[in-house]
Write a new protein. Sequence first.
Length: 374
Amino acid sequence: MEVFDSIQRSDASPGKHTEGSFEYLNRSSRPECENIRQLMQQWFEEYPQAEQAELRTRLRIETKFREAWFELFLHALASRLGASAITHPPLAHTTKAPDFGLADANGDISEYLEARVVRGESVDDRGRQAVINTVYDAINQLENPDFLITIPRLRLVSGRQPSGKLIRKYLQAELSRLDPDRDQLYSPADYRDKDVEIEFRILARAPERRGTPGRLLGGYSGGARWGGAMREIKNAVRDKAGRYGKLGKPFVIALDVASVWFNWHEDTCDALYGKDCWTEGATYAGDKTGEGIFHGCASGYSRVSAVLVTDAAPWHVSDARIRLYHNPYAQHPYEGVLYRLPQARFDDRRLTSIEGLSLSELFGLTKRLPYEAS
């Protein structure tokens, strides 16, 4: 069974902001997309055959793609670590089933693994971003041989979809009166209507890059926000921690953090151990604020043995980060196959970072993009 369509591909155009991940990978003829397709197909063929059709369906639906991809990634990861990953192993005390049970050499499940994607945005955030993505794609319908534009600020006013036609008309008028030799940086150029306010900066292309029309947008508004992904990490662990009751074995929650606000180690430690309550290498006195998920492990959080955190994505696996964060109060301390990965664990109540295998080593990938076999 093939994940992607068996077709001749000739479209090497960049991905659109409104284009889904699967849609782009499926149609693009770019070498990096072909390498991602091959890697995903390799992992897919290793996935249990009885589960392949359902997984393929989810991979081809944009709203389910990232979650399905992460499950595919975790199955491949467990296999590279020497474990046999059993999908949705049945439990005697509930009709719910974890994503994976990792089996030992005798075929007996020795630990459970649950997957969750952390996006760091609300439904409203995603709705606003969809409107903005449509604006970006409308602007990129304009091409110019001499200039690029960046957008330091974009504010949606009415909640309605702004008119891409009016925005392009404004930009075309601005660009037509500029000379790239004279107007190296034209800023600001402000566009306003009843639906949107946009600040543009127009930059001349380098002389050697002029003459061939290209995509107009060269930079985007990143927005602003206080804090990182700590809240989303805590919510994700809360949602999964008690879902399957008492398992009697180590239980690891795996998080794929897709948030642009993610501050990696700091956000994760703050979420799990309490903000400002931990210091690398120092004795851990416990969560004095009560903000960390593992604060005294009340309400069943001691059932979580560890949290596996990564920022892996289809577009970057070889250089993605991954680390296993141990629960100092776990009912079943973790000592399974994930021990071969980088870890944050407590030795004599000191939080210590432990080196481990990188994803590039495990999957046999170089640290350069596009992916190539090592």
